[in-house]
Design a protein around this ligand. Sequence first.
Ligand code: SAH
Ligand code: SF4
Length: 349
Amino acid sequence: MTTAEQLLSWLGEEAPERMEELRREADRTRAEVVGDEVHLRGLIELSNRCQRSCLYCGLRAARRDLPRYRMSGLEVLRCARLAATLGCGTVVLQAGEDLSLSIEWLSRLIREIKGSLGVAVTLSLGELPLASYEGLRRAGADRVLLRFETSNRTLYERLHPPRPGEPVVDRVELLRELRGLGYEVGGGVIIGLPGQTLGSVADDLLLCRELDLDMVALGPYVAHPATPLGRHPPEAAVGQAPASAELTRRALCLARRLCPEANIPSTRALFEVDAGSHTGGLQSGANVVMINVTPPAEQRLYEIYPTREILDPVEVRASLVSSFERLGRVPGRGTGPRRLASAASMSLR
Ligand code: SAH
Ligand code: SF4
C-alpha cells in the first residue's frame, strides 16, 4: 500500500538513479497490466464557448477578446470520420462548459458517430446536469472525462469558481454519480497550479486510486497571459509543485502504480512542455495519446493555454507510429476501454 508520505518522497526525489528506477517500474507495470498497445483518441474541440471563469483557463467566459465558435453537426462528423480513418478507436467530444449545447443535438451526434463509425465516444463537456449526462448515456456515450483539477478544496474553489449565482459543483461527487450511470469515468488534475504543493499532488494521486478511475489524465499547468492567474501569478509558496515535464512524468509513473489498469494519456500539455514529444510520457506509464482532429481555424481559437503550433493530424499519426516502433509499442486496436487486470493477466504471454 503506497502512502501519502511515500508518494511525497518520490515526488521530491532528487537522485536520478532512483527516478530511473521509478520510471522502469511504471513501464513494467504498464506492459504487464495494459500491454504494449497505445490507444489513439481523436480529440474534437466542438465549441470554445464557456459560461465559467476558471482562473487558469484561456476559454473563460470573462475573456472578451477571444472570438467564439460552435461547430455544426456535419463539421463534427467530418472530424470523427477523420479520427476513425487515422485509427482512433475513440472520439473525445470536448468543449467549454456551454449549457446551451442542446442535449438532443448532442444525442443525435453521438448516435450518428457510433452508428456509422463504430468508435467509442468520450464526453469532456464539464459539469453538465446529471439528467443531461443520463440522456447522453442513453444515446450511447461510453465515457466521461472530468478532471477534478486539484484535491485541495480551498484551491479548487478559488481557481474554479461556480457559475454566477450557482453553488459549487463537487466534481468528485459528480464522477461517482457518472459511474453510477454506467459511464467509464476519467478524472485527474493540473500539475503545478500556483498554490498547489507536492503534498497536494500526493493527495491528488491517492484520490485517483480511491475513485478507482478508469482514466487518469494529468497535465502540467501552462500559464495563459489572458487569464488572471497567468497575468498575476501569486508568489511561489514553500513546497510549490513545479509545472514541469519532470514532475508530470513522475506523477504519471505513480498514477500507473496506484491505478495499474487505468488508461493513462500522455497529454497535450505535457507534449507542450516536454520538447514536443510524447516519448517521455509513454515511457512513464502512459498508454494513450490524443490526436487533435479539430480543423485548424477552430483549433486556433480553442485556446485553453497558448500552444506551440497547430499540427497536421495525418503527420502526427505517422510520427507517433514511428516513435511506437522505437519504443516497442504498437497502435491500439478496437475502442480501448479500461482492461480489467484479471482479463489482462489472462492474455499475458
Ligand atoms: N470545459 C471542460 C472541458 C474542457 S477544459 C472542463 O472544464 O472539464 C479541459 C481541461 O483543460 C480542464 O479540465 C483543465 O484541466 C485543463 N486546463 C485548462 N486550463 C489549463 C491551463 N492553463 N494549463 C493546463 N491545463 C489547463
Ligand atoms: Fe471553461 Fe473548462 Fe476552461 Fe473552466 S476549464 S473555463 S469550464 S473550458
